[in-house]
Design a protein. Structure first.
Length: 282
């Protein structure tokens, strides 16, 4: 079911897609799982959309109301001229969308640069975020080891599937077959939005590293990292141990995108963490 705003609810467990008109652009949201279950928000990374989480969702809806958001400029959300893609602005929009959905408390899960948005949301809205999980989110720019994707993706629609796979391969473990929908989304992406979002993510990390930001928030933290990540140095996951009580789970044989490469192994620590820290909305 698709609606233009949060004006109707659907039966527990059904999928609902909502387009929420915010002041600076319409945000596309998808919900799965029982609406009275604890809320779990999934935030995608750069050059992606909420579909990145498709394989994970069935593993999470047995115990959670799973909410996914296309960040502004991505997926089916708006791409307004002159919009700010700064991480705090993206986080503000996410918070506004959750308010419109009536979510009062949520565990936030971010993949890659989605983890920076999750962190910024916790900074802006500590009342809303009860705990965070970061999946292959680099703690600082020193940990970044890949080439800039923007250079290769500049040709966008003119790239063949094989060329796209080659450009995007560092975002996955060696030998992983990138799903066709992921290639199609990358080809349809607005290059200017991608470049702006990439710059915004770097600027946020350069301003202050994520572990230092998170250490002051007092929020439970789980970090999941594929050991074979070819975009961020996997050993940098240890940097998050400065956050009091943080748990770091390393996944051998997995690359930068565990949520697609090995959903069951990624879901297991996430579900255990969520069971201990799940919010309960009335």
């Amino acid at each position: 079911m698709t609606v233009s705003d949060n004006t109707s609810r659907v039966s527990a467990g059904a999928t609902e897609e909502t387009n929420l008109p915010l002041d600076d652009g319409e945000i596309h949201v998808r919900e799965d799982g029982p609406r009275d279950a604890p809320a779990l928000l999934l935030i995608h990374g750069t050059a992606a959309s909420l579909r990145t989480w498709d394989a994970m969702v069935p593993l999470l809806t047995g115990s959670h109301r799973v909410i996914r958001i296309d960040l502004l400029g991505c997926g089916q959300s708006a791409r307004p001229d002159g919009a700010s893609y700064a991480i705090p602005d993206q986080a503000r929009r996410v918070g506004e969308a959750l308010d419109r959905l009536g979510v009062e408390q949520v565990i936030v899960v971010g993949h890659s640069s989605g983890g920076t948005v999750a962190t910024a949301l916790a900074e802006r809205r500590p009342d809303l975020v009860t705990a965070l999980t970061l999946v292959n989110t680099g703690p600082n720019m020193v940990a970044f080891i890949a080439k800039d994707l923007a250079v290769g993706l500049a040709e966008g629609p003119d790239l063949t599937d094989e060329q796209l796979r080659q450009i995007m391969s560092p975002a996955f473990g060696s030998g992983f077959e990138i799903p066709q929908p992921f290639l199609d989304e990358a080809r349809a992406m607005d290059f200017h939005v991608f470049a702006a979002a990439s710059q915004a993510g770097s600027a946020y990390l350069e301003e202050q590293a994520l572990p230092q930001r998170l250490a002051t928030l007092g929020k439970p933290l789980l970090v999941i990292f594929g050991e074979d990540d070819r975009r961020w140095r996997s050993s940098s996951a240890a940097d998050y141990r400065v956050v009091p009580g943080a748990t770091v789970e390393m996944l051998p044989g997995v690359g930068h995108t565990p949520i697609l490469e090995d959903p069951p192994r990624t879901a297991a620590p996430l579900l255990a963490f969520a069971a201990n820290h799940s919010p309960h909305d009335d």
